[in-house]
Design a binder for this molecule. Structure first.
Ligand code: ADP
Ligand code: MG
Length: 395
């Protein structure tokens, strides 16, 4: 077992105009399951390949345990990799597919037998050892590929979107299985995915990247509740956090967020979390509201009056367990996928209209076309800088 440390790891591919990875620094604990997540093209595979020795870094260092391994060949790094396209040998049995790395290493037959059986038990493949890959389900084949990686007892596992080829249902099952197997083996693991749900459910910690730059690394609940910036806020969670350009005004000791001619009181809980707000008055801010923090107010009669808004319901999607109300609010939508957000002018503010998604509970009787009364959990408002998108926290 081993720690993994990346120090200012960078990569610029030959002929590329910009860096695929910029100064990535991460320390991964012994036995930790770290998920590297981000949109397609953000540099996840590039980082993993440099860790595995399949690409050379153009800057920075890769450490496994107490060794700097930049100049080590892949086979000398004591790692095992599992990829999206798991190449099993179709003419070989499951047993031989798993045993292959040991056969290459000329491990004694009795030892091979013992280890393959142990791995097969871990992966629940005992019943299938004599079958050929063609006779297995997608999930079983993926487990065989994992078996081949596990059997070498590497210090570090590297997995790059290993579940992407599976259908949605199987993916859900396999992500739980992979996480369980990792915990059982307790091997340091770096797992790459573009799927934020996989990242949130599997990782001890999640590292979110954008355009080759690390945005935040933290346990899943911290990523969710304390996003470092609007990109993290929008990427983690589904439906995404509602993000609006608004103004923050001060009335005596009270801070209010303006949404057209309506306002929401910023509670002490939100103020102490976003302590950067203390210096503002009449300034542009980005406010973030998670859909589940917006409830049909008729179900919460005691909810404070200054933490409510009313808004026309444009669309109501019933999911059974809850109802997604798409309502119109007087604000300007933040689009984190483009960098053209430079705050708002007073003109924008007057005519602005944005869609806000609320997760009403199933008891809600609100319909499309209604003007919904919405109870906002103002303790859980999020605030970001209008231009940089960084969370308005001093520390
Ligand atoms: P991800 O795995 O997050 O989808 P990648 O690490 O594959 O992203 O790619 C990051 C960036 O580097 C992308 O812009 C991609 O086009 C570029 N890239 C990846 N591999 C190569 C390569 N071999 N040569 C040139 N550019 C590459
Ligand atoms: Mg990739």
């Amino acid at each position: 077992m081993a720690t993994v440390t990346l120090k200012n790891l960078s990569k610029q591919y030959d002929g590329a105009e910009s860096k695929a990875l910029q100064d990535l620094s991460l320390h991964i604990e012994d036995g930790e399951f770290l998920v590297l997540v981000g949109p397609s093209g953000c540099g996840k595979s590039t980082a993993l390949k440099m860790l595995g020795g399949l690409e050379n870094a153009t800057g920075g260092e890769v450490w496994i345990g107490d060794q700097m391994v930049n100049d080590f060949a892949s086979r000398d790094r004591d790692i095992a990799m599992v990829f999206q396209s798991y190449a099993l040998y179709p003419h070989m049995s499951v047993f031989d597919n798993i045993a292959f790395p040991l056969q290459i290493a000329k491990t004694p037959k009795a030892e091979i037998e013992k280890r393959v059986l142990a791995v097969a038990e871990t992966l629940q493949l005992e019943q299938h050892l004599q079958r050929k890959p063609g006779h297995l389900s997608g999930g079983q084949r993926q487990r065989v590929a994992m078996g081949r990686a596990i059997i070498r007892r590497p210090s570090v596992f590297l997995m790059d979107e290993p579940l992407s080829n599976l259908d949605a249902k199987l993916r859900v099952k396999m992500r739980a299985e992979v996480a369980q197997i990792q915990r059982k083996l307790n091997v340091t693991t770096v797992y790459v995915t573009h799927d934020q749900v996989e990242a949130m459910t599997m990782g001890d910690r999640v590292a979110l990247m954008r355009d080759g730059v690390l945005q935040q690394v933290a346990p899943p609940d911290v990523m969710y509740h304390d996003p470092a910036n609007t990109f993290v806020a929008a990427f983690i969670g589904s439906p995404a956090m509602n993000l609006f350009h608004t103004k923050l005004v001060r009335e005596g000791d009270t801070f209010k967020v303006l949404l057209g001619d309506q306002s929401l009181t910023v509670t002490d809980a939100a103020l102490s979390k976003y302590d950067g707000l203390a210096d503002l008055d009449g300034d542009d801010v980005i406010v973030g509201l998670r859909p589940e923090d917006l409830e049909d107010a008729t179900l919460l009669p005691d909810h404070p009056k200054d933490q409510r808004i009313s808004a026309p319901v444009q669309l109501l999607e019933s999911l059974g367990s809850d109802h997604m109300a798409h309502v119109a609010v007087n604000a300007k939508q933040v689009n984190v996928d483009t960098d053209d957000d430079t705050g708002l002018s007073d003109l924008d503010l007057k005519d602005a209209s944005a869609t806000c998604i609320c997760r009403f509970s199933s008891q809600s009787r609100t319909k499309t076309g209604d003007t919904a009364q919405i109870a906002v959990a103002c303790d859980r408002l999020h605030f970001f800088h209008p231009v940089t998108g960084t969370a308005l926290r001093k520390s």
